[in-house]
Design a protein around this ligand. Structure first.
Ligand code: GRF
Length: 217
């Protein structure tokens, strides 16, 4: 089933761009129907405009309850015939208003290997902790912070000379691969959620064991 996507952004929108490119090149069976940002200066809005996709702003008002903000977002999504919502660099916690409007159809990408390092400033935390791997996670969204059932992940080695910026860039390249892939699995109806687990039907062979640094034993 082709996805009718609404993509929520707050910043650069490079994940949006990966989704737009995959859709245009026929690798992703989805149409981006609208891009919604909580801030007018998100470059992701410009990416939408260049792709001929409606770009809308629902400004974040700190004095307005989050539920009210989400009701306004849902209204825009519904007006554009959306059936699936992809959070892509979206910096707001969504509420039950949005989740109830699109049950089981809201996904997010996080630049770490959840459940490790949820929240913000993840690359700084990964380096400070001395982790040897990091990566990115596509997951279904629930009302927690980066806590929904995991759809797929990519593992990226952490280098001794990494900075938050170099690690972020290496992970971002993998984000741009696994997000369209996860959405394609969804479009193909291959994702089966059982409690916290997401199964792929039929299963696909995963990659082999990864070691960092190398293990010669
Ligand atoms: C990405 O690492 C994403 O995972 C995080 O924000 C970063 C920028 O995303 N949420 P984008 O370029 O705006 O898609």
């Amino acid at each position: 089933m082709s996805l009718r996507l609404g993509v929520l952004v707050s910043g650069s929108g490079s994940n949006l761009q990966a989704i737009l490119d995959a859709s245009r090149e026929g690798r992703l069976d989805a149409e981006v129907r609208v891009v919604v940002s909580d801030t007018p200066d998100a470059y992701g809005l410009e990416r939408a405009r260049r792709a001929g996709v409606p770009a809308r702003v629902v400004p974040w008002d700190p004095g307005r309850p989050r539920q009210e903000h989400d009701r306004a977002v849902v209204e825009v999504l519904r007006a554009h015939g959306v059936d699936t919502v992809a959070l892509a660099g979206y910096m707001r916690l969504v509420t039950g208003e949005l989740l109830a409007a699109f049950p089981g159809r809201v996904v997010n990408i996080h630049p770490a290997l959840l459940p490790a390092f949820p929240g913000l400033h993840v690359h700084e935390k990964v380096l400070a902790h001395g982790a040897k791997f990091s990566g990115c996670t596509v997951h279904f969204v629930d009302e927690g912070t980066d806590t929904g059932p995991i759809i797929c992940q990519a593992v990226v080695p952490v280098r001794d000379d990494d900075t938050p910026e170099t690690l972020a860039a290496r992970i971002l390249r993998e984000e741009h691969r696994i997000y369209p892939q996860a959405l394609q699995y969804l479009a193909e109806g291959r994702l089966r959620v059982e409690g916290r687990r997401v199964f792929l039907d039929p299963p696909s062979p995963g990659s082999g064991t990864l070691h960092n640094p190398s293990v010669r034993f």
